[in-house]
Design a protein around this ligand. Structure first.
Ligand SMILES: Cc1cc2nc3c(=O)[nH]c(=O)nc-3n(C[C@H](O)[C@H](O)[C@H](O)COP(=O)(O)OP(=O)(O)OC[C@H]3O[C@@H](n4cnc5c(N)ncnc54)[C@H](O)[C@@H]3O)c2cc1C
Length: 490
């Protein structure tokens, strides 16, 4: 039997990674040192791009059934609404934000993983590894002290912000720590005159207080602490913050989680060292503003899994794996910069600057184009890979996406199926010949193109890898040859 891939960490990212590899029929083990998964609500936001990828993986319905659809987010100053950004204009079949506690996300992903016959191996800790040319020798410490040496094909560190894998590789986690801390509470809220499924942000000269719906009447509340040092809040303190900064007349009760947190904005430069990869919080952390952290991590997993599966099944050249770090590191740079900007806007302290901010936000979001742009950006559907080393060709003169941009086409999701590229083109003898030539890499049917004059080659994760004008099949053939393993080249 071939060596397994070892996924370290069964948070949302490790679970996504393990489930995707299992779906593609790759031997995988996923371990976590904790005896049970988190019971904290932590990441609440699942954005449309993540839902699209969960749908391709075959498990979006369970998420949608368990979550709460938020149709807009609004920003207020006292009882004045400065902006309301509806999500209905998001260009996706999922045109809303799904609010679902991270504990539920992890439960659903573990259930999905189980459908492929895999369980998380709990109370199992990675304590050491040696990154070799042909595999990674991993030392695992099991409950009760048993030590196991595992010869893994690849090691994927999804082991969170304090990643052992990252530290052992000696990779710098470059960036800053913000001086301001935050308090957080999951509580029942009475008296909030905002649609019950809508996140709402209130700006006040002293700071911000934000409400994120979890279920009917229950909200996650986050407030910044200004110059007050980090400390565990109690319900009374949360009530006082809400009274001062919120719309007034709210009553908080029944807290199930009270905590504080600081904000780090950090990332590693390279997500890969030899046979070891990093994904999720192990590779990047940032402010929760915009609710992107878990989404970005899960999308790291979707990006890497199909590449690793094709390389492990010897259908693609190992050089395919080099694109993972280039693509995902660029996305993290962009999201860190966006969330840092949002956090600094929220934390503005100077009263004049706050008044200018409030005025500009009110004017800007009067414009439908600004509301649409903000919603689509938050949704993740604009994430693209313009600088991917895989990209070939151009869509200049065609109506349709460029290489690196997203294009939703029919995708395979059967268990044990290889990930497949999709030809998006007019059905023709040449298209059929291309499928016959690259039968293990391509889906066996073409999808309807956005422009009849073009051919798009779409990756298994829904991003365009090559575009050519109609009839120019050489570009598509060369792209597939470049991706294919040496022995497959035609
Ligand atoms: C208060 C708060 C609010 C947040 N809100 C949002 C939000 O709204 N939207 C969003 O997208 N993100 C949000 N986030 C961020 C989100 O929680 C993280 O991005 C997410 O948990 C990262 O997932 P992960 O799988 O990379 O790491 P983690 O969830 O940290 O999982 C890592 C796992 O690895 C295990 N592990 C570590 N070391 C080892 C080892 N050596 N051996 C075995 N197992 C190991 C740990 O036990 C853990 O289970 C929030 C975070 C916080 C704290």
């Amino acid at each position: 039997m071939s060596k397994p891939v070892l996924v370290v960490g069964a948070g949302p990212v490790g679970l996504t990674m393990a489930a995707e590899l299992a779906r593609y029929g790759i031997p995988v083990r996923v371990i976590d040192r904790l005896p049970t998964r988190t019971t904290q609500s932590r990441a609440l936001a699942v954005w449309p791009r993540t839902l699209e990828l969960l749908e391709a993986a075959g498990c979006a319905d369970a998420f949608i059934a368990a979550g709460l659809r938020a149709n807009a987010v609004s920003i207020h100053a006292g009882n004045r609404t400065l902006a309301r950004i509806p999500f209905g204009t998001i260009v996706s079949s999922f045109n809303y934000l799904l609010m679902i506690p991270q504990s539920e996300t992890e439960r659903l992903l573990a259930d999905h993983l189980r459908t492929f016959g895999h369980l998380v191996e709990r109370e199992t800790e990675l304590t050491d590894f040696v990154n070799g040319d042909n595999g990674v020798s991993c030392t695992l410490l099991h409950a009760g002290g048993r030590i196991e040496t595992l010869d893994a094909a690849w090691l994927i560190g999804c082991d969170g912000a304090h990643s052992f894998v990252r530290r052992k590789l000696g990779l710098a986690f470059e960036g800053d720590t913000l001086s301001t801390g935050f308090v957080i509470a999951d509580v029942h809220v009475a008296g909030l005159a905002i649609p019950p499924d809508e996140p709402a942000i209130f700006w006040h000269p002293d700071g911000a207080v934000m409400f994120f719906p979890i279920s009917r009447g229950r909200y996650r509340i986050i407030a910044d602490l200004g110059s007050v040092p980090l400390h565990m809040p109690d319900l009374g303190e949360m009530q006082r913050l809400v009274e001062l900064r919120g719309p007034g007349g709210l009553i908080l009760s029944d807290p199930v989680w009270l905590s504080d947190f600081g904000v780090n904005e950090r990332k590693v430069r390279d997500y890969r060292t030899g046979r070891v990869f990093l994904a999720g919080d192990a590779a990047h952390i940032h402010s929760p503003a915009g609710g992107q952290g878990m989404n970005m991590g899960m999308q790291d997993a979707f990006n890497l899994a199909w590449k690793l599966a094709l390389v492990e099944r010897q259908e693609a050249s190992p050089s395919l794996l080099d694109s993972y770090s280039v693509e995902r590191s660029a996305v993290a740079r962009q999201i860190l910069s966006d969330s840092s900007r949002m956090t600094r806007i929220v934390l503005l302290k100077h009263h004049l600057a706050q008044r200018v901010r409030n005025f500009l936000v009110k004017q800007a979001f009067r414009l439908p184009v600004m509301r649409r742009a903000a919603a689509n950006r938050l949704s993740g559907i604009l994430i693209d890979y313009p600088d991917s080393p895989l990209n070939v060709g151009s869509a200049r003169g065609l109506r349709g996406p460029q290489p690196g941009q997203r294009l939703i086409a029919r995708q395979s999701s059967g268990q044990g199926d290889l990930p497949r590229f999709i030809l998006v083109a007019r059905g023709s003898a040449e298209a059929r010949a291309m499928i016959a030539r690259h039968t293990s890499l391509l889906m066996h049917e073409v999808s309807k193109p956005p422009d009849e004059n073009g051919i798009w080659l779409v990756r298994p994760d829904g991003y365009v890898v090559a575009v050519a004008k109609r009839g120019n099949w050489t570009v598509i053939n060369q792209t597939l040859n470049k991706i294919a393993a040496q022995h497959q080249r035609k």
